[in-house]
Design a protein around this ligand. Structure first.
Ligand code: SF4
Length: 303
């Protein structure tokens, strides 16, 4: 049996930066609060909890006066910064620079569109921390689209009106192909409205702008991971159950290699998953650390 660890797997820059910032602060102060899980990865959270990191929620903020709270790579809406300031909480802002740039772009576009009555549409998972931060840039007025069926419903109900300007953005970790399909459907709706317009009937304001906002780290991973998974006889994908990026990347592995297993840790492995002449490929999500991949590799080689 040969065991390969995907060279492109391991924490992305944004998550890695948040973790190393927390580690540095903890080594100096011994205690730090994180607003929400710093990473969707229970094993890594347990390791950081051992260093003094405690995960808190919004309802804890009023009782944290004088404390320091870390904002994770996903970012936060403006209301969180207001609350922290109101309750006397200091922040260490670890919003990923890529997410921060996206927040600013959405805020600027929303402000520019407010007169035309257009809609900011965000392709992403409703309730996901990054999406909440993005929607917050529009004062809660952006329309979140989770998939094609959701888009069709919103077009039918008029929540997204293609006769008005529409600006489409994506959560940074979404699937690039799915985003292209969503953009193509919106373009079709917008063109259908434009071609049906007569001068003077008030429907000459349709326009669609599509912004390529999927993180390059994620989009480049898709092609490389597809090739890696196809070249192995069995794939072990390591990620936390709550990682939405993990779900996307695991499905991608499974689409090219049906013998793909998703595990949170080596405890979920069993000898029956492998054959002696297998090439085992180990990979993970943008929230999976290198040490976890190596631990899983070690457990498989010991079977
Ligand atoms: S996936 Fe990309 S945008 Fe998201 S935290 Fe990581 S580096 Fe930042």
């Amino acid at each position: 049996m040969r065991i390969l660890i995907d060279s492109g797997s391991g924490c992305c820059n944004g998550v890695g930066r948040a973790i190393s910032t927390a580690e540095k602060y903890l080594s100096e102060h011994g205690r730090l609060f994180s607003l929400g899980a710093i990473v969707h990865n229970d094993a890594e959270i347990r390791r950081l909890a051992g260093l003094g990191l405690r995960t808190v929620g919004y309802s804890d903020l009023p009782s944290l006066k004088g404390s320091t709270v870390l904002i994770r790579a996903h970012g936060e809406p403006p209301s969180t910064y207001d609350q922290a300031s109101r309750y006397g909480v200091s922040l260490i802002d670890c919003t990923c620079p890529v997410v921060l740039a996206l927040q600013k772009k959405i805020a600027a576009k929303y402000a520019a569109m407010s007169e035309s009555g257009g809609t900011v549409v965000i392709f992403g998972k409703r309730g996901h921390a990054e999406v909440n931060g993005l929607v917050g840039q529009t004062g809660g007025h952006a329309s979140v689209v989770e998939n094609m069926a959701d888009l069709e419903e919103k077009l039918a109900s008029g929540e997204i009106d293609p006769s008005r300007p529409v600006a489409l953005f994506s959560q940074t970790t979404k699937d690039p192909d799915e985003y292209s399909s969503i953009a193509a459907r919106l373009k079709q709706a917008s063109q259908a409205v434009s071609s049906g317009c007569n001068a003077g009937d008030g429907c000459g304001k349709s326009s669609l702008e599509v912004f390529n906002t999927i993180c390059r780290h994620v989009s480049s991973r898709h092609k490389a991971l597809r090739e890696f998974a196809a070249a192995c006889s069995v794939v072990v994908f390591v990620c936390g159950r709550e990682s939405s990026n993990g779900k996307v990347l695991f499905e991608l592995c499974r689409s090219v290699n049906p013998r793909s297993y998703k595990v949170e840790s080596a405890d979920e492995l069993s000898a029956g998953m492998f054959f002696p002449d297998d090439i085992v490929g180990i990979c993970g999500a943008t929230s999976t650390t290198r040490w976890q991949l190596e631990k899983v590799a070690g457990a498989i080689s010991g079977m």
